[in-house]
Design a protein around this ligand. Structure first.
Ligand code: 1HN
Length: 358
């Protein structure tokens, strides 16, 4: 790339004269617009559940789920202050529902995922069906579907919310509305969707215009069993261990159109080969302890010693490795389906020397 042109007084005067016409010279901006490589504002960040949980439980004394509408502590990336973003494109937060509480029904064009961290048998109702949730379950609220949450159990329920808020914002496609009642009317029994679409079967003649999987709870029990059974072949990928992606059974595409979700098993003692991809990852360990070491574009090296229920962020295009102190299970999500559909997604698999050289 060329060097930046000099701003002479004549040029500056010319720029100043064109500005009221809403014109600007591209040659002064080009280098800021077209970069050789990604320079994400997203920083590596680690929220330890032991540190966050007291704040989350305190929120239960500060405000009710009903008054808050959604009682959530936003996981805000320090590289994107005040923007309610975990990464440049993904929102993440931790939501608390106490026994007996209801988070009232609403709908919006943003898609949401829930990843259950603590508690059991609170529910979310989506599009006329309830699902009772357990730790490790991956639950979907598709765009523009009514959803309300409630806790009929005797313990607090905490889940991580992931939403495509920044993606919908950049596209200026925000729509939202409230439901006339706190709870939506139910039209199907709990478990109906999983029976219809989640058993490797589908009703004959089933057609949909939705881009989102008709399964809205992928229970951890089944995901874990898939990983455990596959682990018997010990067919470890050097970068990923065993990494599965959640799919839409209708077409084999991602389970959600804007967010890719993954579950990954690393055997005890595995140290992965350096890897990077253009999508920033929000990761929540489900089982085990380990360490992730991240090298960002500025050359800074960050290590996180994490355990189950924590959340951490790996910025896009940052080399990283995982070390599993125990057998480890990691849930993660990113904007990969968007990058994929736009033909932008890239990955690089490294070895120690290529990572060091980059
Ligand atoms: C939302 O609707 C929920 O429904 C959670 O539980 C988090 C963050 C931003 C915008 C809408 C929910 C949200 C949200």
């Amino acid at each position: 790339m060329h060097t930046q042109p000099e701003i002479t007084p004549e040029r500056q005067a010319y720029y100043d004269r064109m500005a009221p016409q809403h014109l600007a010279p591209l040659w002064e901006r080009l280098r800021g617009l077209i970069k050789k490589e990604p320079q994400p504002k997203t920083q590596p960040v680690h929220w330890r559940y032991d540190d966050v949980r007291p704040f989350l439980m305190e929120s239960g004394q500060v405000i009710t789920a009903k008054e808050a509408e959604r009682r959530v502590l936003i996981l805000e990336n320090p590289g994107l202050p005040g923007q309610s973003r975990a990464t440049s494109t993904m929102y993440a937060g931790l939501q608390l529902i106490l026994p007996g509480e209801v988070a009232p029904a609403h709908r919006h064009s943003q898609s949401a995922l829930r990843f259950v961290i603590e508690g059991k048998d609170a529910y979310t109702a989506v599009d006329g069906e309830k699902t009772y949730m357990r730790p490790g379950d991956f639950v979907i609220t598709p765009s523009w579907t009514w959803h309300d949450h409630g806790n009929e159990s005797d313990q607090p329920m905490v889940w991580m919310d992931g939403l495509d808020v920044p993606v919908v914002e950049i596209l200026d496609c925000q729509f939202a509305e409230g439901y006339p009642e706190d709870r939506q009317i139910l039209s199907r029994p709990a478990g109906d969707s999983l029976a219809r679409y989640g058993a490797g079967l589908m009703p004959v003649g089933f057609e949909t215009r939705s881009r989102t999987s008709p399964i809205f709870n992928y229970p951890y029990e089944r995901t874990r069993e898939a990983l455990s059974t596959m682990a018997k072949t010990q067919d470890w990928d050097p970068c990923h261990g065993l990494m599965l992606r959640y799919v839409n059974p209708v077409d084999g595409d991602w389970a959600m159109p804007t967010m890719g979700t993954f579950m990954q098993l690393l055997p005890k003692g595995l140290k992965t080969v350096p890897y990077r991809s253009t999508d920033a990852m929000v990761v929540s360990p489900v089982e085990g302890k380990g360490r992730t070491t991240i090298t960002t574009a500025d050359g800074r090296v960050t290590s996180f010693d994490w355990q189950a229920r924590d959340v951490f962020v790996i910025p896009g295009w940052a080399w990283h490795t995982h070390e599993a102190a125990d057998e480890v299970v990691l849930f993660s999500f990113s904007d990969r389906p968007v990058q994929d559909k736009l033909g932008l997604w890239r990955e690089m698999r490294g070895n120690a020397s290529s990572a060091a050289a980059s």
